[in-house]
Ligand binder design. Structure first.
Ligand code: 5GP
Ligand code: ZN
Length: 118
């Protein structure tokens, strides 16, 4: 369930400090260390899943919980309301997908433009 060499497993377990946005039994959310946008946080499963490429039917509920949590946390963290505001959800997957950390994470970005990237 946990990879001892995985930085996001360690963050979810509190072994590496992070700025927590949300936590429950299955999920952990925290501010990205190098934000692209005024609001930029990551939602991860506490369980080690390397990427979206490993996601299957057994993960439907977990992924559904992440996606349903994102809009609530986005507003709580300062994203402006839809439709003038909104947010961007990104899941980089694999080397060609631009994934740098090999533990599934959902980027949630928002806030007033311009952003650093994207
Ligand atoms: P990826 O490129 O894999 O989709 O995104 C990894 C993200 O994790 C990057 O935006 C990067 O800034 C963030 N990140 C990497 N290491 C750490 C860390 O130790 N703490 C936090 N809070 N974010 C990290
Ligand atoms: Zn991990």
């Amino acid at each position: 369930m946990h990879d001892p060499n995985c930085i996001f497993c360690k963050i979810a377990a509190g072994q590496i400090p992070s700025k927590k946005v949300y936590e429950d039994e299955d999920l952990y959310a925290f501010h990205d260390i190098a934000p692209w946008a005024p609001v930029h946080f990551l939602i991860i499963p506490k369980q080690h899943i390397a990427s979206m490429a490993q996601v299957g039917a057994q993960h439907e509920a977990l992924l559904g919980r992440i996606m349903a949590l994102a809009p609530r946390l986005a507003l709580e963290q300062g994203c402006n309301p839809y439709p003038e505001g909104g947010f961007r959800i990104v899941v980089n997957t694999g080397a060609e997908g631009g994934q740098e950390v090999q533990h599934l994470h959902v980027h949630v970005m928002g806030g007033p433009r311009p952003w650093l990237k994207g």
